[in-house]
Design a binder for this molecule. Structure first.
Ligand SMILES: N[C@@H](CCC(=O)N[C@@H](CS)C(=O)NCC(=O)O)C(=O)O
Length: 291
């Protein structure tokens, strides 16, 4: 096996700011804010601060699904946080998520705002608040939450492990790519076997487990992440593809994918969302601008 330049760790780690990685300008070993700036606030009960990465999309899908199901109390303002510019380190953002990562949610529907961070916690908070997309029957609920937390534990291997070393690392390290490709293929097989027996991940109903898993593993199965589809031979996971295609057709999912998107084709981007009509307005403006 060929390998990267051998590296002997020093006795004490020090911060090498110019490490050359894609995220070198924002990565830092200390928590807290880097600058004073308040977050904007809109008029709706929920204020979402996010970006349309797979973790961000989970929450915008959930909010759009809640609205589509008639829960008008789920109206929200979605504000764009550009993580490559370090906006997650503003003092306002850190107050909502001390971990400085999108997505972060503020529930302003009660007397005092409630902050919620970590995408899995946000999905569960919303599901419990509105009493939907999480089963109440104990065995079904256990299955749904098991898959939700499976995603939260597994996706860092897919994104931070495979995605990072396959697509972003400044050097291609065979050991790292091999290790995470192996694990991601195992995870895809876990999901494929589950979806061979079950319509949705948690059982017969579409739940927050599907919303959490779809942007990561559905995206991977469709070859949309890290340009790693051929390398991982994702077409093998036929049951994941069947499920991913089914979910992609949902109108709320199509809307949720657009919110806080700041990359890709223009007509797929809706940087901020403050009203249901923003989807139409945005599309119309863009079609006009392109014509
Ligand atoms: N476990 C967290 C992970 C969130 C996360 O990693 N967010 C990334 C974007 S997908 C981020 O904000 N990165 C900015 C940074 O690391 O500074 C969740 O699911 O909410």
């Amino acid at each position: 096996m060929s390998d990267a330049t051998p590296y002997t760790p020093p006795a004490v780690w020090t911060w090498n700011k110019a490490n050359g990685g894609v995220f070198a300008n924002i990565n830092r070993p200390i928590a807290g804010s880097t600058h004073d700036k308040d977050l904007p606030r809109g008029k709706h009960p929920f204020q979402l601060y996010s970006l349309a990465t797979p973790n961000g999309v989970k929450v915008t899908i959930m909010l759009e699904e809640l609205l589509a199901a008639g829960h008008i109390g789920a109206e929200y303002d979605a504000w764009l946080i550009r993580i490559n510019e370090g906006q997650q380190f503003s003092s306002g953002f850190v107050q909502v998520n001390p971990n400085s990562k999108i997505p972060a949610l503020l529930d302003c529907s009660g007397p005092e705002p409630v902050r919620v961070f970590e995408s899995g916690a946000i999905l569960l908070y919303l599901a419990e608040k509105f009493g939907v997309f999480v089963p109440t029957e104990p065995a079904q609920r256990a299955e749904c939450l098991s898959w939700l937390f499976w995603q939260m534990g597994s996706a860092p291997y897919l994104g931070g492990g495979f995605g990072h070393f396959y697509a972003y690392a400044p050097v291609k390290i065979e050991y790292a790519i091999e290790r995470f490709a192996m694990e991601v293929k195992r995870q895809m097989d876990v999901l494929n076997q589950r979806l061979a027996q079950s319509e949705y991940v948690g059982g017969t109903e579409y739940t927050i487990a599907d919303m959490a898993i779809w942007p990561w593993y559905g995206g991977m199965a469709k070859g949309q992440l890290y340009e790693g589809g051929e390398f991982l031979q994702v077409q093998e996971y036929t049951h994941v593809i069947r499920w991913a295609d089914e979910i992609a057709k949902r109108p709320a999912v199509r809307r949720g994918r657009m919110v806080n998107r700041a990359m890709g084709p223009l007509h797929t981007q809706l940087h901020e969302r403050h009203d249901a009509s923003d989807f139409d307005t945005q599309t119309q403006d863009k079609l006009q601008a392109a014509s």
